[in-house]
Design a binder for this molecule. Structure first.
Ligand SMILES: [Fe+2]
Length: 178
């Protein structure tokens, strides 16, 4: 289940209701999906063939379509990152820069874990959302953030888009980010 870590105060927020309440206040969507809908053999697999990716999507079709219909997403896919990913460390370095998009960034973690670092309200500042399998998040459009992996360095996630072209990363130079 997701946890929040507020960088300025060191405060941690745990528990689905508490995490959801905090993220609601920051304008960040949070849901938790039942990943046991995914076939067992795919639940902890970090290299997936195109057919297996389609199977993951099909197993969560109800959740995906419900979220898509409430938020207007029309496309979705599956991405994987692990030690098997070529140049993983270089890729992570590229990710770990504060940026924005003109479209919200939606991720449903289906295996492994990851962290979104998000700029909150002025009195909150930057906070980390540590995500595990089943956690679903949407970083609002134009909200500074970045994504990285946890120490296990592996994740499978579903991305949902309104228009993939709106998902270009725009660097956001922020002196407030430490
Ligand atoms: Fe992003």
């Amino acid at each position: 289940m997701a946890q929040i870590h507020i960088r300025n105060t060191g405060e941690r927020i745990r528990g689905e209701a508490e995490v959801k309440a905090f993220l609601d206040k920051q304008g960040v969507l949070y849901e938790h999906w039942d990943i046991n809908q995914i076939p067992d053999r795919l639940q902890n697999k970090f290299t997936l063939s195109d057919t297996e990716k389609e199977e993951v999507l099909a197993s969560l079709d109800n959740d995906i379509k419900r979220l898509a219909s409430t938020r207007g997403y029309i496309k979705w896919d599956v991405i994987t990152l692990s030690e098997a990913t070529p140049d993983l460390d270089a890729l992570l370095k590229k990710f770990e820069q504060v940026h924005t998009h003109t479209e919200d960034e939606v991720r449903a973690i289906t295996a492994g874990s990851g962290v979104f670092i998000i700029k909150g309200a002025p009195e909150v500042g930057y906070f980390d959302v540590e995500l595990e399998a089943g956690d679903v998040i949407s970083v609002p459009e134009n909200n500074p953030h970045f994504f990285t992996l946890t120490s296990e360095k592996k994740v499978v996630a579903i991305r949902l888009f309104i228009d993939p072209s709106g998902w270009v990363a725009h660097p956001f130079a922020d002196p407030a980010f430490a």
